[in-house]
Design a protein around this ligand. Sequence first.
Ligand code: NAD
Ligand code: TYD
Length: 343
Amino acid sequence: MRVLVTGGAGFIGSNFVHHLLSDTAREIQVLNVDNLTYAGNLENIGDLKDDPRYRFFRADISDAGAVGKIFDENRPDIVVHFAAESHVDRSIEDASPFIRTNVQGTQVLLDASLKHGVSRFVHVSTDEVYGFLNENDPGFKEDHPLDPSSPYSASKAASDLLAMAYHRTYGLPVMVTRCSNNYGPFQFPEKLIPLMLQNALADEPLPVYGDGRNIRDWIHVEDHCRAIEAVMEKGTEGRVYNIGGEAERRNLEIVKAILKALAKPESLIRFVKDRPGHDWRYAMDISLIRSELGWEPRISFEDGLKSTIQWYLEHRDWVDHVISGKYREYYSRMYGERLEETS
Ligand code: NAD
Ligand code: TYD
């Protein structure tokens, strides 16, 4: 089984690649396609460099020529598509890379997958495509209207629709997964949990948007990876699957929990100007994936946060490299020739 993963040098993609290869008895080839934006970090997958079941290709998914060549030469059976511009605040600054990668890049991959007759295409998406919920609304179901608030979520909604259209028009075996907020190892420290952790460790202010009462549904990345694997193996073509951790928390609760775990004072909290178009609340109804595929989250938020804090404490070098941009040197040192070869 040859699985082409896009965005496998990013947070969730690198966890998924590790997840797939963790079973050493599994007969699998993983082809990791990533163009190494600021969020792509080869240190996340440095340990796999010499694994014969794994290959890395540096390519931009919106480059049809480069993607076509990888498909022609490697003939993947399955595509799991993570690559995206993923940060809401960046999309508010500049939407262009979001449209190019998330929309055009997805179209390029869909075309290549169609041409090569892949047997499964898993499009990894987000709960943010549904817009926001009010305080007492029931969680999002898969048929909830798409009502995105940010350029990021609008670009993801566009890519979801494109993927489903390729199923209806061409019969491409597409499945779309929509997941809630992830946390865990290798998350770039621009997202809430690793950013707050980092600032707290450095005794710097923790910027909380608005009044900090916004709610997210948190899931540990390992639970998300198991869900994607279940969809990849057993999902029904043409179907959307919601994935969530059933762990709704207010932002402020999380920030306080991090400060407490690190024995840092709450006086580090700074309430700052709210994010424009800030979604109030996300919550997922995961009854479909639970009943159809037998998946459910296993890691409680409290255990997951504890182990994530521990991971960041034990990987200060990783964070320091990311913050200083030093991880970019790692590319040429560890991958120099291979990067040249595949770029
Ligand atoms: P990330 O930003 O950490 O990683 C994205 C990866 O994609 C990086 O390695 C980057 O180099 C690569 N990439 C970006 N543009 C590319 C391009 N044009 N060509 C090739 N590679 C490119 O993102 P993440 O948090 O790991 O998210 C992965 C996917 O999961 C995204 O599609 C995102 O929308 C979705 N998702 C994320 C969350 C979350 O909480 N982080 C929740 C639900 C869904
Ligand atoms: P984020 O991690 O950016 O994920 P998303 O916007 O995709 O949900 O943000 C999670 C929540 O934390 C969101 O409500 C915005 C808030 N937030 C802050 O209050 N301060 C920050 O510095 C960041 C990055 C996020």
